[in-house]
Write a protein of this length. Sequence first.
Length: 241
Amino acid sequence: MLSTRTALRRAGTVAALAAAGVLTAAGVAFAHVTVHPDSYAKGATDGVLTFRVPNEETTADTTKVQVFLPTDHPVLGVLVTPQDGWTAKVTTTRLKTPVKTDDGTITDAVSQITWSGGRIRSGEYQDFDVAFGQLPDDTDQLGFKTLQTYSDGKVVRWIEETQKGAEEPENPAPVLKLTAGTAGDGSAPMTASPSEPKATAKASSSDSTARGLGIAGLVAGVLGLVAAGVAIARGRSARSS
């Protein structure tokens, strides 16, 4: 009986540790600032980008979010969707290389959007929607460096670039992939529709990582239970003999 109880305790401990590890890793994966959808066709027009900002702190609220748009491959015709409780400040910059479009030559583009005045509390996230008129067609991806400021003065810099073939950095910048496929009518993203409800929109690659970790945790838990069952069976066999 003693050995059976010991085996059960050990199996329970293994399962609990595995579950705790999964929850911790999943929390890290979901804590990143991301952009949705995660890809669009090159040169796509009249679409929407959603910057999802979760609060990864337990003792402070997010009070300001700054998103920096690239100016070497500018996003044209940027418009900000009003958010309840938040004030958006849009900064424009004169382009070093003007962009020629069917409507004329563009010499200025939005380089920074700052949202302030609101609060994202622990365990919550906020979506910030940005409409665009046209995406560039001369690059494979766009990085949006982001600064997240908390009520205690802490600033998290989501500015690290993810290198191809390398592990994701600790504080990656949101990245929008631009595909070689045709844009169709110019507004359809490659992974999710701007009009698709946020609750059902496809998650970023970090979500896939978290799901993978969750499966691994379930497998570890099942193995722990199997080990406990084997220990019980052996204990019963020993007593009967």
